[in-house]
Design a binder for this molecule. Sequence first.
Ligand code: AGP
Length: 607
Amino acid sequence: MCGIVGFTGSRQAAPILLKGLGRLEYRGYDSAGIAVVHDGAIEVEKVSGRIAKLCEKTKDGAAVPGTVGIGHTRWATHGAPTDFNAHPHVSNDGRFAVVHNGIIENYLALREELIADGYVFHSETDTETIVHLLELYYDGDVKAAVMKTAARLEGSYALGILCTDTPDALYVVREASPLILGVGVGENYFASDVTALVSHTKNVIYMEDGEFAVLTPDAVTVYDCTGRETKKPVSRVTWSVEAAEKGGYEHFMLKEIMEQPAAVKAAIAPRLHEGRVCLDDFELTAEQLRSINKIVITACGSAYYAGCSGRYAIERLCRIPVQVELASELRYSDPMVDEHTLVLVISQSGETADTIAALKECKARGATVLGIVNVVGSTIAKLADHTLYTWAGPEIAVATTKGYTTQLAVLYLFALYAADRLGRIDEARYKALVHELMELPRRIQQTIDMNWQLPAVASRYSSRSLFFIGRNTDYAVALEGALKMKEISYLHAESYAAGELKHGTIALIEENQPVIAVCCNEAIADKTLSNIVEVKARGAKVLALAFRDNRKIVSQADDVIFIPRVETVFSAALAVVPLQLLAYYAAKEKGCDIDKPKNLAKSVTVE
Ligand code: AGP
């Protein structure tokens, strides 16, 4: 939550900061602000609301002179999204300005202490304590003040700091919040995410927890937590600026839905060699795999739902028991994992606070952790024992789409790999499934092409609350379909295992109640068909999702969305696509802010 940026160089800073914030807006969009050093003083501009408002106020930054600055886009945690709670915050003596992403857990104690020392607070935020601590500890050495301040903070933070006494320098420090440095020529940057940096430089340094850095136009110096200078590798970002832009689409979400064939291909193709799955980044021997008696999958939100789908693939192909747990629950459940457990931790951002905490819990109990992550260099990628990247490219829309389908792709690869290593799949079936995996991107494209009529369907089914039903693999898809609908269209959507309807929920079915029935698992499609008949008998309006040649369904459902036929264990990767589009068009018709739904942020870095 929250995005931070910083720039030091010889160009005007404010327009660069605002552009950078624009790319980070998906991280939070309650308020925004910038601070620059100009003529020896700190100038601050901030607004509640969107970055566009800040651009308007500052004439796209042109009205704010100065060549060194910091910026922030906020997802409010402590204090309402008002002008005075917006970052940056400035010290009482006007010497320091701070932007912060994270949460200071001991801020109340610090606040009381600072107020007793005579410091005056102008906001309700936890962040303001930081800027007063800097003033308290400053005796002419900014680095020392930053390190002393950091030592007092409990919680998570990525901080960007300005000081008027060193007007061309930026100071940054991180603990459990993402922070990346951009290395340019005669200018340097920092940001929460590489998307804010790629239009300026592709050379980046990933900061680690406890590290501190000083950036001037000509140098980037990183120190470890003891204050010793440390040499950090400079990594090269491989994707282009266009990848983080809308490229002609009305919304990032639509662009990202359309990118799924290419994204899934990027996840799968490099891991198939001569007809076999090769996970170069995660090799386990048959013996090591045999010593695993249970797999635990943990994640939040859509990543958790990807895990629910993955569970079916892994159990079916590998015959290893799989437990799927919400990370926010697992972290407090004294989990029963040990050195014989393999834990799959799934996260697009790699920064989700609950997922990180669950990972740490499992590692502490001796489990081996395999991260399935999109963002390179993210916290989960670093903490996991092994990481399989999903290679989806930057995902900007808050509602994940290609992030989710590429997680599925990696889970399928893993299932096939492990089944093969364990000798639990015969060669003919293995070959057939490898072929199916190779075909997935093409079939996702066909799914998109076949479903041109979805705007009209969405219009018919999105007038009130919706039920999504399915069984087994289809139930996992229903969970994700309902979440997509809720988060971007604000329509009430509930998902149920179809067999559970009779145990209570069917009481809610009345005339014209929309029910979306996912029927792609043919082994049990007839069971779901019976549930369709039951809800229809009570007046429901049923939209079914089925394989193209499923004629039975046409006679029962009011409308049918077809997808190409695919192996059942992989069907979620196709079935979810029309549901993403359905949510998209429902939200569009309602005039919702699709890429930035209310109350949400892309990366949930607080508990
Ligand atoms: C999905 O559309 C959501 N915005 C959300 O549920 C998300 O999947 C969840 O917060 C997990 O995020 P992560 O994959 O970055 O860990």
